[in-house]
Design a protein around this ligand. Structure first.
Ligand code: HEM
Length: 149
């Protein structure tokens, strides 16, 4: 086969591959709704955090840790943090996670208890399971900075 034929065949293959890939992307588009939207934007997240606060107060595994905290500040900062982590237009302005939780001797069980309550709060607000899991996944990298026992 002449050299130039080979070249045009290769180019043809590339174009076919490109068309194929574009076609695949059209069949499997990125999720239309961002995690932030699935959580109901900042207002929806604020509702979840409010319910989380009620669940924390009732949870004997962790409520003693939260005695005396500034509830309004906690609500605002955690809402901003979850908003930012889910891709929303918010900026968390609170203290660093490690600094905040350093003296709390937080155990694995307590960390999991908080995550469990967050899931329950999302459940109460009809957040789809996929979105719940995606938010928890965003929180996992914070684990080494929060858990310290
Ligand atoms: C995914 C896990 C967690 C996240 C994302 C998280 C996030 C936060 C954020 C954003 C704040 C700042 C709120 C403020 O400025 O007042 C905060 C404060 C606090 N967190 Fe966590 N936290 C987590 C786990 C825990 C656990 C497991 C405990 C204890 C059992 C805990 C206890 C506290 C307490 C007591 C404060 C208030 C500190 C203060 O007012 O000085 N956190 N947390």
């Amino acid at each position: 086969m002449p050299h130039s034929n080979c070249k045009s065949m290769a180019a043809g293959l590339l174009i076919t591959a490109a068309l194929f890939l574009t076609g695949c992307q059209a069949l499997n588009p990125e999720p239309e709704t961002s995690l932030y939207q699935q959580l109901g934007e900042r207002e929806g997240i604020a509702d979840v955090v409010e319910d989380l606060l009620y669940l924390i107060v009732e949870d004997e595994r962790i409520n003693h840790q939260f005695k005396g905290m500034d509830v309004a500040q906690f609500h605002r900062n955690l809402t901003d943090q979850l908003c930012e982590l889910s891709g929303g237009p918010c900026t968390y302005t609170g203290r660093k996670m490690r600094e905040l939780h350093a003296d709390m001797a937080i155990t694995n069980t307590q960390f999991n208890a908080l995550a469990e309550n967050l899931i329950l709060a999302m459940e109460d607000n009809d957040i789809p399971t996929g979105a719940q899991n995606r938010l928890i996944k965003q929180l996992l990298p914070l684990y080494p900075d929060i858990r310290n026992l």
